[in-house]
Design a binder for this molecule. Structure first.
Ligand code: HEM
Length: 177
């Protein structure tokens, strides 16, 4: 299989799941193929594998979050140690993605906006016995609202799995943004 056809097959596979992840160092050929409306994926297999494991095991995950004045606090756990490990891995990977200039799920307006406001968002993560405890904050009214809207979507992913995360299922950007 040529490099190009391999890339196209990967694009179809990942695109069908609705996840779009891009990294700044992606080669120019890939950059030319990608777009905001469900375009190219950065194809970091590890990141996508972790998300798929979480989606497939969403019914083994328990999550609670609460609004704070600057954002949210959240506890997300699983009594299955493997799922708890995937949770910890996912949040570490997403924190790195937000902080490193990458992005994901760019066919979804809420995720576009989260990444556009990355400089106003901080994510503190503590691994717990069964998962993760997170404090997430914004530094502007919009970024606070984005953090809170995103937390609600994560809870919907946990509740509904791939029915919620399917390709380009749009989540609304808060009015204040
Ligand atoms: C069952 C599925 C999923 C679970 C359990 C999960 C869990 C989490 C948790 C616990 C956080 C930390 C923030 C918080 O607690 O609110 C987080 C952040 C994040 N997740 Fe997921 N997630 C899931 C699916 C997804 C999917 C499908 C995507 C995108 C394709 C995604 C993208 C992100 C991003 C971008 C962040 C960091 C952004 C931010 O908080 O600013 N997650 N996720």
């Amino acid at each position: 299989m040529t490099l190009l056809s391999g890339a196209v097959v990967m694009l179809l596979l990942v695109g069908s799941l609705g996840f779009v992840h891009e990294v700044s160092a992606w080669p120019a050929m890939m950059a030319a193929m990608r777009g905001r409306n469900g375009g190219m994926d950065g194809m970091d297999g590890g990141v996508m594998d972790t998300i798929q494991h979480l989606m497939q095991n969403h019914d083994k995950i328990t999550r609670h979050y609460a609004h704070t004045s600057a954002g949210i606090t959240a506890n997300t756990t699983s009594s299955d140690p493997q799922v708890a490990g995937w949770l910890q891995q996912h949040v570490t990977e997403m924190k790195h993605l937000v902080e490193s200039g990458g992005f994901i799920r760019q066919c979804d307006p809420l995720f576009v906006s989260v990444f556009e406001h990355r400089d106003e968002i901080s994510l503190e993560v503590t691994n717990t016995t069964h998962g993760v405890s997170v404090t997430e904050q914004g530094t502007s009214p919009c970024s606070v609202a984005l953090v809170q809207a995103h937390a609600k979507v994560v809870s919907s992913f946990v509740e509904r799995g791939s029915a919620e995360a399917r390709r380009c299922n749009p989540h609304q950007v808060p009015d204040i943004c």
